[in-house]
Design a protein around this ligand. Structure first.
Ligand code: GDP
Ligand code: MG
Length: 441
């Protein structure tokens, strides 16, 4: 997930607090210092880091916790103070939207337009994309192809040089669509003619939302950018992309939050599903390793069709899965991103299995291969994969036209999936939340 170094530092300190025999001033000071160092490394503004450290220390030492232990109190303070520097969550009600994306070259506008389209599509809304970038010849094809991939309606006109005309016609073409997302062209800097162009498009489109797309690698500078764009066209939110590829994401997030503009989404990878609706609460709980049942449930619900959700929940809770389940769930898992992303949503400790990181990534080709391999198994083997050893592996590989290594890879994948499911079943808190969500109790 994003901000790996900061995550490591926070988890290290949470563990230290959890495992300490008692909490004293020394321990709190040490913890605060270590976290401050990590925040600075993530490019968070120095004065903000100093102020945050002061507040955490003061509250941790002076407040008398009611009803919770001292350790829990310190972690709660840490959590609350970190959340407070990330601003408020922007709610996204399911309704008709006209969304305009703005931003400079290469920030991730076009990619993000498609990601947002997929996001709303998964929520059941009808989505359309309009390409109004008339400067970059490749922009038309880029968004058209992405639209086809996600099944969104697309409008663009590579011959038209006036973006407002494209938007006007696009609005007519996409009359029946719920969410219209308009991609616009960028510049190398916020120049006068870009401002003019944005204003003209805004007038024609009359958008509900204008979201600025910013690359996280610019760190703290994201704050100034957000302010400048706000002054120029009036933005209603910011999307911070490429959180996966930089240590500076902390600077970008906190600097934007400080301007008062809500962070709507964060981009966490190049794939269409690598987008998260930004929620300071769940973001920080995940960094801290406290697990984020809310986000996890959201993902499971998005990926698994309604009627299958109940079956899946039962399987999850019993920890018993067969190869047939694996087969059925391979698609769902792919929809959720990767197992690794799911693992990031789960709490650490509580007997969570440690998993081989590489084995958690599943590509489309591998998925197809796994299905062919499962097809070559006997019913007995599918129901009880632990019997698949030795000559059975050879036979399955030959029958499916794959290699023994690939069969073993699937078996390993099965074991990991099983371990994850088992831990769902063991973790009382997780189990209860899951049951509640799926209305089992
Ligand atoms: P635009 O010029 O603002 O439209 O930017 P593009 O959408 O064309 O993106 C520029 C590059 O950034 C592309 O190579 C994208 O794949 C990449 N990109 C966009 N968002 C993300 C992200 O969240 N993570 C990563 N790693 N790459 C991203
Ligand atoms: Mg573009």
């Amino acid at each position: 997930m994003a901000l790996d170094d900061l995550k490591d530092a926070l988890r290290r300190n949470v563990n230290k607090i959890v495992n300490s025999i008692f909490i004293d001033k020394e321990l709190i000071k040490e913890t605060v210092k270590d976290i401050q160092r990590a925040l600075l490394k993530a490019d968070v503004d120095v004065s903000l880091v100093v102020e945050l450290g002061r507040r955490i220390q003061k509250r941790a030492l002076e407040e008398r916790p009611k009803g919770i232990g001292e350790k829990e109190h310190v972690i709660k303070v840490l959590y609350e103070e970190l959340v407070s520097i990330l601003g408020k969550k922007k709610e996204l009600p399911l309704k008709k939207y006209r969304i305009m994306l703005v931003g400079l070259y290469g920030q991730g506008k076009t990619t993000t337009a498609a990601k947002i389209a997929k996001y709303f599509k998964k929520k059941g809304l009808k989505v359309g994309l309009i390409q109004s970038d008339v400067y970059r010849p490749a922009a038309y094809d880029q968004l058209k192809q992405l639209s086809e991939k996600i099944g969104a309606i697309f409008y663009g006109d590579p011959k038209e040089k006036d973006p407002t005309k494209i938007v006007k016609r696009g609005l007519e073409e996409l009359k029946d669509v719920d969410v219209i997302i308009v991609d616009t062209s960028g510049r190398h800097a916020l120049e006068k003619d870009l401002i003019e162009e944005m204003k003209k498009i805004k007038n024609v489109l009359n958008p509900n939302e204008i979201w600025l797309v910013l690359d996280a690698t610019i760190g703290q500078k994201a704050g100034e950018q957000a302010e400048a764009f706000h002054e120029a066209v009036g933005i209603t939110g910011v999307i911070i992309t490429k959180m996966d590829g930089t240590a500076k994401g902390g600077g970008a997030l906190t600097a934007v939050a400080k301007t008062g503009a809500p962070i709507v989404f964060i981009g966490v990878g190049e794939k269409i599903d690598d987008l998260e609706h930004f929620d300071p609460d769940s973001f920080i709980s995940r960094l801290l390793g406290m697990g984020d049942i809310k986000a996890l449930i959201e993902k499971i619900q998005e990926a698994v069709p309604e009627k299958k959700a109940e079956d899946l929940a039962k399987k999850v809770l019993s920890g018993k899965i067969t190869m047939d389940d694996v087969y059925e769930q391979l698609n769902a898992i792919l929809n959720m991103g990767s197992l690794r992303r799911i693992m990031d949503l789960l709490p650490i400790g509580f007997g969570m299995p440690t998993l081989d990181k590489d084995a958690l990534e599943l590509t489309q080709e591998k998925l197809k291969k796994f299905k062919v391999i499962i097809d070559s198994m006997t019913k007995k083997e599918r129901e009880n994969p632990s019997i698949i050893r030795g000559t059975r592996i050879t036979r399955i590989a030959r029958g499916s036209g794959t290699t023994e290594e690939e069969v073993r890879e699937l078996l390993k994948y099965y074991d990991q999936l099983k371990a994850i499911y088992k831990s769902f079943g063991r973790n009382r808190k997780l189990r209860r939340a899951l049951m509640r969500q799926l209305k089992f109790s």
